[in-house]
Design a protein around this ligand. Structure first.
Ligand code: SF4
Length: 209
């Protein structure tokens, strides 16, 4: 597929961005995680015949700016527009994240859109973002959405935590118990979400991303 070729031809820029993460600055961390997210979504789009913008949950302007930030401008032409309107759930998570941004600026805005979109997928959130570890997602959320992420004092699964925060913000709860400790769903909200990344699993199984 042409997009796969484009990915291979142009991933050098993203790879450079990933290499830049060797420097332990906060900005290089942002570039590192956004580079991983971008490549993961581009590979997924190629596999599913979808647009990268749909997989990332960003509009064309955001996509173009993100591609420039990651030194992969040549993706812009093949990115396509979002073909599906965002679901209500996605818009609500995005709004929640935007309300808790640590700073104005593009990176937090991109991440709010991307995290909200990727939270619709079925795996652990860090896996569906294409990150290497859950720790990278924790760092990302604490860095860019501290007012929200710091409330996850008991290390709840991040996707569960976001949806629970959304419920509370709307003034209702779908929890079956008044306290987590006595809840039959404790293992769902707080179960281990570590393990090999989706990329590592796919590589181990010999499949394409
Ligand atoms: S463990 Fe139960 S009470 Fe706690 S957040 Fe999950 S569903 Fe709600």
């Amino acid at each position: 597929m042409r997009l796969v070729g484009t990915l291979e031809e142009n991933s050098g820029g993203a790879a450079s961005c990933l290499e830049a993460s060797a420097a332990p600055s906060e900005q290089s961390f942002d570039r590192h995680v956004l580079g991983r997210i971008f490549l993961h979504s581009a590979a997924e789009a190629a596999r599913l015949g979808d647009t990268i913008a749909d997989r990332l949950g960003v509009d064309p302007d955001e996509f173009a700016a993100l591609a420039r930030y990651l030194c992969v401008d040549s993706f812009v032409e093949s990115a396509g527009k979002r073909e599906l309107a965002p679901e209500d759930e996605e818009l609500m998570v995005r709004t929640l994240l935007m309300q808790n941004r640590s700073a104005d600026g593009s990176v937090g805005q991109w991440l709010a859109s991307i995290v909200a979109r990727r939270a619709l997928e079925s795996n652990h959130l860090w896996e569906d973002l294409g990150l290497a570890t859950r720790g990278d997602l924790s760092k990302l959320l604490l860095r860019h959405f501290p007012g929200l992420a710091e409330k996850n004092t008991r290390n709840m699964r991040w996707k569960k935590f976001l949806y629970r925060a959304l419920c509370e913000a709307e003034g209702f709860s779908m929890c079956p118990s008044p306290t987590c400790d006595s809840c039959a769903e404790f293992h769902i909200c707080f179960g281990d979400e570590s393990g090999p990344s989706a990329l590592a699993r796919t590589a181990r199984n010999g499949g394409a991303c």
